[in-house]
Design a protein around this ligand. Sequence first.
Ligand SMILES: Nc1ncnc2c1ncn2[C@@H]1O[C@H](COP(=O)(O)OP(=O)(O)OP(=O)(O)O)[C@@H](O)[C@H]1O
Ligand SMILES: [Mg+2]
Length: 307
Amino acid sequence: MVWWNVLMPVIEVTDLVKNYGDVEAVRGVSFSVEAGEVFAVLGPNGAGKSTIVEILEGHRSKSSGAVSVLGHDPGLAERSYRERIGIVLQDPAVEGQLTVEEVINVYGSMYPRRRKTGDLIELVGLEEKTHARIKTLSGGQKRRLELALGIVGDPELIFLDEPTTGFDPSARRQAWSIIDNLTSLGKTVLLTTHYMDEAQHLADRVAVIADGRIVATGTPETLGGRDTARTVITFHLDLQTVEGFPVAEMARLDSGLVTVKSDNPTRDLHLITGWALDHDVELAGLKVARPSLEDVYLELTGGDNHV
Ligand SMILES: Nc1ncnc2c1ncn2[C@@H]1O[C@H](COP(=O)(O)OP(=O)(O)OP(=O)(O)O)[C@@H](O)[C@H]1O
Ligand SMILES: [Mg+2]
């Protein structure tokens, strides 16, 4: 019985639908997350990310479909379930008159297995603000506190809805290392983010959501066929004609930007630079690139408005 539980996915979502009146926020979403995985949900504003996360947390009801988290139905809001999960909300309400230490103590008192307040404050780098009232914290400091509150009960599964929005670059790195620490302890993490580098750094797998539907899932390396996508070679050329250019499949814009999509970049690059040397031309701004996670994301979500 125990082994059967261990082998079950931590999160299993099947055909999940959520309507807010006429708004179809989530339109038949299915995915599963294994124990110890970091699963990132990416998608534009209004795609349905927070709605999905809040249904999994037990904070919202679903319209239809099946949801199982740690073997529980989150909709039942059982205490035994809440004690096993940690939540960092996108927009939580925390009593502003309390100090950092007090609020962590209040939250901690709700959990049977809690982390020490001092350890948590140190973990999120708020030592200097231990006795400061919440209302006096900066935006980024509040997010750090929220991260501390999300893990105060030493949860098995942590939901992080945009955990580093508003963080300065060093605070983001710090948050990532906190999350890395959690995963090295075997915790499972479901996070939403708008930062591609965050997904790239943290996630084992990514689901891209657009308009309430999953449009792609995969590892950050393979998402949307990124690993097999063609290499793009670009450079600027001021010449009017490109006589004898050795690679047939090239596009040239009026601006002089030349783009070559290549399945064989080593050979093509050699041909192109050889041609340039023979013709005594400089390939200004020469760049060889694979599509980034952001390129793939923009293509998948229809947000790619540039040529
Ligand atoms: N309580 C609500 N009542 C009515 N519509 C809602 C409610 N909450 C969310 N919506 C709508 O559902 C859709 C999905 O919202 P959701 O908050 O899940 O998006 P999101 O992907 O988290 O976006 P963001 O990146 O901006 O946080 C949006 O169109 C939103 O306006
Ligand atoms: Mg959201």
